[in-house]
Write a protein that binds this ligand. Structure first.
Ligand SMILES: [Zn+2]
Length: 260
C-alpha cells in the first residue's frame, strides 16, 4: 500500500533532531512521497532545502494567512523566486483564517490573491488553509475561477457539505487530515464519504493533529496510513483501493510523474 502525505511541515522545530529518521520511517511504511509546506519566507526556504535533501520530499512555498501581517516587503519576492524551483510542486499554504486574530482579514485576502495569481502564472496548483472563513474563501476562489476550473486543494478540510460542494464545483480537490479520525467528527466523515473518488486527498499536517490511535502525540508523515484507513472505511472501499486512488490524484494534481 503506497500513500502520499500531501501536507506536512517537516521544517518545524519538532523535527529538528530526527528529521531524517522521520522521513525514512515514513518511506518504510509506504509513504513514498510527502509534501512539506512553507508558512513564511524563511520556512519556505527551509522546505525547499529539505526537498533538495530527500528524494521522497517535495516542497510547497507560501505565506500562511496567520503570518501575513508580520511578512516583510522583501518576503513576497522570495516566495515568487522559490516557487520556480523544480522541486516546488505547488504554492501555499494560503487562504483565510478568522479563528486566530493574527492578521487583519484585508491583509490575508491580499496575500490569498497573490498566491492564486502566482499559481496561475506558474501553472502550479495551490494549497488552501481555511479556518472559520468558509464563505469568504469560497467567494475569493470564485473570483479567480472566472475563466475555468481551479487547480488547488482545500487542505485539512473541516468545513460543511455545502462548502465542499462549492469547492468541488470549481474543480478543487479536498484533503482530509487526522481530525476525520476523531470520535466527534461524524459530520466531517459524512462529507468525506461524498467527495468524488478522483478529487480526494489525504495528509497528516504533521507535526499537528495526529490521527487516532496516536492522537495527542507529535504527528509524522508515516501515520497518514491511519487517516487513510479511516477514510477507506467511511467510503466503503479497501485501504488498498483508497491508497491507489488518492496517490493517483496527488500525482496528477501536483504533476509528480515528472520525478519518476
Ligand atoms: Zn499546514
Amino acid at each position: 500500500m503506497r500513500l502520499i502525505d500531501t501536507h506536512c511541515h517537516l521544517d518545524e522545530d519538532a523535527f529538528s533532531h530526527d528529521r531524517a529518521d522521520v522521513v525514512a520511517a515514513a518511506v518504510d511504511r509506504g509513504v513514498t512521497r510527502m509534501l512539506t509546506i512553507g508558512t513564511t519566507a524563511e520556512s519556505s526556504r527551509a522546505a525547499v532545502e529539505i526537498a533538495e535533501q530527500f528524494p521522497a520530499v517535495f516542497a510547497v512555498v507560501g505565506i500562511q494567512p496567520n503570518y501575513t501581517a508580520e511578512a516583510k516587503p522583501d518576503d513576497w519576492p522570495v516566495i515568487e523566486k522559490l516557487a520556480n524551483h523544480p522541486r516546488v510542486v505547488a504554492v501555499g499554504e494560503t487562504g483565510l483564517d478568522r479563528y486566530w486574530d493574527y492578521a487583519p482579514i484585508e491583509i490575508q485576502q491580499d496575500y490569498f490573491d497573490r498566491h492564486l495569481e502566482l499559481s496561475r502564472r506558474l501553472g502550479k496548483p495551490f494549497v488552501v488553509h481555511c479556518r472559520e472563513a468558509e464563505a469568504d474563501v469560497v467567494a475569493q476562489l470564485k473570483a479567480h475561477a472566472t475563466d475555468g476550473l481551479l487547480a488547488g486543494v482545500m487542505h485539512s478540510f473541516c468545513g460543511d457539505q455545502a462548502t465542499a460542494e462549492a469547492c468541488l464545483e470549481m474543480g478543487m480537490h479536498i484533503s482530509f487530515a487526522g481530525m476525520v479520525t476523531y470520535k466527534k467528527s461524524d459530520e466531517l466523515r459524512a462529507v468525506a464519504a461524498m467527495v468524488p473518488s478522483d478529487r480526494i486527498l489525504v495528509e497528516t499536517d504533521a507535526p499537528y493533529l495526529a490521527p487516532v490511535p496516536n492522537r495527542g502525540k507529535r504527528n509524522e508523515p508515516g501515520w497518514v496510513r491511519h487517516t487513510a484507513e479511516c477514510l477507506a472505511d467511511v467510503r466503503g472501499v479497501t485501504p488498498e483501493e483508497f491508497a491507489a486512488q488518492t496517490t493517483e490524484n496527488a500525482v496528477r494534481l501536483f504533476a509528480l510523474q515528472q520525478f519518476e
